[in-house]
Design a binder for this molecule. Structure first.
Ligand code: ATP
Ligand code: MG
Length: 480
């Protein structure tokens, strides 16, 4: 069988780095003699693996997303190798391997902390549950291209002949900026419904459009997305939020009706009007998407915080004459955020932090009026950096008033960690040494000492001891 689809193979000019480093012979003992600096260790490892497999008589190519990214001149997140070798061959040929899906012919080849996924050419069997193929049949490169999701993800690259091997029209769609399912869109998306979210994530991240038939299939199948595991949906939502293009992705999610199926609470933000003096930008959906647009490689928790910060506004909306109010939306929103994070199968640490961000996202507004001790304690809260960033993008996405944010940043810098988190002046042991009876009152006393310390009224341990001595009767008599 020919290695290349008729008329579809040509040397891609965008593969400049490949062309520069690739040797012209398959059995060059020094495959990358002089241009190591141009490629990452991961890429070198993947090329090495291809060389080794080749020298043992197997067919082997770089495959899928890494070919797409190299053609786009983007650094791939990971490199995958597809080969005619079986998992047992791969395990025999490489010193350090981990079988991750031996039944699918997938083996990780490890080297120096890096790993490359090496998979046997296969055509997937029938999908019964919309998740995993029931069985796979090992096959050739052509069949392996056809089981992949989108044309731009279905290409191979031969680093030996420096050729792109394209059975599916991936290069044409890459040039056109088009996400197109390989084969019949409806059948391919129904086979694994996660592909609907992958299409939107890739389109948004790369700034591509989704081919009309593929998009129509997504719209038709969107209500059935819940048939796949929510862990997979949750992981994909996080990638959509954090990889870039989240605003566009959420427009596409809404348009495709996927949003209604996975995050109806976000779809419900559409048309929820707010007071134009505070929110000249428009309804809560538009406002939320503006925040998503300002995320720059965010953590999972900040991204979810931005998405969910106003999620309770539809529930808390009330009209007071001319004014629209949303009293209680922070607290209610925090509750809803927990439920949503749990639906998306996020960890407890994640949903606790997201709930914190949602609940406190307006607290900065009162920072200038806080007493020094309150302000310092606020700055000590876990998650404060993310809260400040959330407040910044929230302000930029509405009134544009950055004064509360700037006030906090200024105070943080001026006070520094010494004043925000000074060493404790006293401990419970000191109170015992003073002859105070241990009990729940200790916490209150130590708290009062800290409060006075943060207000600048107590500076030394001696002052603190003297202060407790002076007030001990009050403290114990007050309630005795
Ligand atoms: P990313 O840049 O986010 O890693 P990717 O396209 O490389 O995107 P991977 O999950 O790394 O995604 O998958 C590598 C390749 O495996 C894809 O390019 C595609 O060819 C194939 N693939 C991944 N997931 C699916 C799927 N659900 N259905 C069909 N093919 C898939
Ligand atoms: Mg990848």
């Amino acid at each position: 069988m020919a290695l290349t689809a008729p008329g579809s193979t040509r040397r891609a000019s965008r593969f400049s780095e490949f062309v520069r480093v690739a040797p012209s012979s398959a059995i060059d003992p020094f495959p990358f003699p002089c241009h190591h600096a141009l490629v990452t260790a991961k890429e070198l490892q993947a090329r090495d693996i291809v060389q080794t497999l080749r020298s043992h008589g197997f067919t082997a190519y770089l495959a899928g997303g890494c070919v797409r990214d190299k053609l786009l001149d983007v650094e791939p997140k990971d490199f995958d190798v597809a080969t005619s070798a079986r998992a047992t061959d791969v395990q025999r040929l490489f010193a350090h391997t981990v079988p991750v899906g031996a039944q699918f012919g997938v083996v990780l080849v490890m080297d120096d902390g890096n790993s490359v996924e090496v998979a046997t050419f296969r055509s997937d069997g029938i999908y019964l549950d919309g998740r995993h193929p029931v069985n796979v049949r090992f096959s050739d490169a052509h069949a392996d291209a056809l089981r992949r999701d989108f044309t731009i993800n279905g290409m191979f690259y031969d680093p030996v002949s420096e050729q792109v091997i394209d059975y599916v029209g991936g290069q044409r769609d890459l040039a056109a900026g088009m996400i197109r399912a390989i084969g019949d869109p409806h059948a391919r998306l129904a086979e694994d419904r996660l592909r609907m979210l992958r299409a939107i994530r890739l389109a948004a991240r790369l700034g591509f459009v989704i081919a009309p038939e593929t998009f129509a299939a997504i719209q038709e199948l969107a209500p059935t997305i819940g048939d796949i595991a929510w862990e997979r949906i949750g992981d994909e939502v996080i990638k959509i939020l954090t990889e870039g293009g989240a605003k566009r992705a959420f427009h596409l999610l809404s348009e495709s009706r996927l949003l209604q199926a996975i995050l109806p609470e976000i779809e419900a933000l559409r048309g929820v009007e707010q007071s134009p003096d505070f929110h000249p930008e428009g309804d809560v959906f538009i406002h939320t998407l503006l925040l998503l647009d300002k995320l720059d490689h965010p953590s999972e928790t900040l991204a979810l915080g931005a998405l969910l910060h106003d999620v309770a506004k539809p529930l808390c909306r009330a009209q007071q004459g001319e004014r629209t109010t949303f009293y209680g939306h922070c607290e209610k929103g925090a509750e809803m955020a927990v439920a949503i994070c749990q639906r998306l199968k996020r960890s407890r640490t994640t949903w606790e932090r997201v709930a914190y961000l949602v609940k406190n996202h307006l607290r900065l507004l009162s920072a200038p009026e806080m007493r020094p001790a309150t302000l310092k304690r606020f700055f000590r809260e876990e998650g404060i950096e993310e809260l400040l960033e959330l407040a910044r993008i929230d302000a930029l996405s509405s009134s544009g008033d950055l004064r509360p944010y700037e006030f906090c940043q200024r105070q943080l810098a001026e006070l520094g960690p010494e004043q925000i988190t000074p060493p404790r002046l006293l401990s419970g042991r000191d109170l015992i040494a003073l002859g105070l009876p241990p009990g729940p009152r200790f916490k209150e006393i130590l708290n009062a000492v800290e409060e006075a310390q943060l207000e600048g009224r107590l500076l030394t341990r001696e002052d603190a001891l003297a202060w407790v001595q002076q007030h001990r009767h009050n403290m114990y008599n007050e309630r005795n």
